[in-house]
Design a protein around this ligand. Structure first.
Ligand SMILES: [Zn+2]
Length: 286
């Protein structure tokens, strides 16, 4: 994406000017400004200027809160330093608007790179949900978080942890773009100092977290056809294109079979379902 100091500085200045412009008019909490510069630049480097509107809208509409209150725990009881709270606000005419707040809780000894990566993870879910967050499935209202769909009436969810695994691996790719800025002579002192703080951070190919399911999903993620769909159609809200593509290569309804197997593998540590998920991935990626 950037091949020279000039290119890297242009990207940084562009990202910084967007974040600063948004901050001037934002009426909701807006912490983590230095990290927003880095992540905006990383998102632009990864998704390209074709998707600048989605990126801009998320930074504008999402509240960022440095949390000092109670700490959220994951479904498996683990402490989660960052999470996104989503609120569906009913509007007249059976419509909804959505409010998102990303919280991060600093913990003692937290690595700076870890902090940026967990924040980037939450923002990436939001970027991949900004277009058409609401739709109907079997005439029931649902909202989506990437490829994860939640039914507003029953609270039932689909593809929750497949979304997590994909988002985790993809966040690793975006972090690598941010880390690449360290190879250039960045002029802006705030960004230069943040990049220095990241200097010794190691980004894994599988990303950070969800360690028992990311290796299962990784070969699928790396398939060039699937990778293109996940990058372009998830952000554009064409989820059907992703599921249909998978089903056309593996079999009818196999995408949701994969999603259920991954959910079960993560939530219940179900080894046979982990194997089933891996078989389906291998059937796609052969
Ligand atoms: Zn997540």
């Amino acid at each position: 994406m950037f091949y020279s100091d000039e290119g890297a500085n242009y990207l940084v200045q562009y990202a910084k000017s967007m974040v600063d412009e948004i901050a001037k008019n934002k009426k909701i909490p807006n912490d983590f400004i230095s990290e927003q510069y880095l992540i905006f630049a990383g998102m632009l480097a990864y998704y390209g200027f074709d998707h600048v509107q989605e990126i801009y809208d998320v930074f504008k509409k999402t509240a960022f809160v440095s949390n000092t209150g109670p700490v959220e725990t994951c479904s498996n009881g683990a402490f989660s330093p960052a999470y996104c709270q989503t609120e569906a606000v009913p509007l007249p005419g059976n419509k909804f608007s959505i409010k998102k707040t990303i919280y991060h809780t600093h913990f003692r000894g937290e690595n700076y790179g870890h902090f940026v990566e967990v924040l980037c993870h939450e923002i990436n879910h939001c970027i991949n949900s900004i277009r058409h967050p609401f739709c109907r499935r079997n005439s029931l209202p649902v909202y989506r978080n990437g490829i994860n769909v939640s039914y507003l009436d029953s609270g039932k969810e689909e593809a929750k942890y497949l979304e997590e695994a994909i988002n985790t691996i993809q966040t690793g790719e975006i972090m690598k773009k941010i880390m690449m800025l360290g190879d250039y002579n960045i002029k802006d002192p705030t960004v230069r100092s943040s990049i220095r703080s990241l200097a010794n951070y190691k980004v894994g190919d599988l990303g950070l977290g969800y360690q028992t399911i990311t290796p299962i999903v990784y070969p699928l993620y790396c398939d060039s056809e699937f990778n293109y769909l996940i990058k372009e159609e998830r952000i554009s809200a064409n989820i059907r294109d992703i599921t249909d593509n998978f089903d056309s290569r593996v079999g009818r309804d196999s995408f949701y079979e994969l999603a259920e197997a991954v959910d079960d593998a993560w939530q219940n540590r179900n080894v046979s379902q982990a194997k089933r998920a891996y078989q389906l991935v291998r059937q796609y990626h052969r």
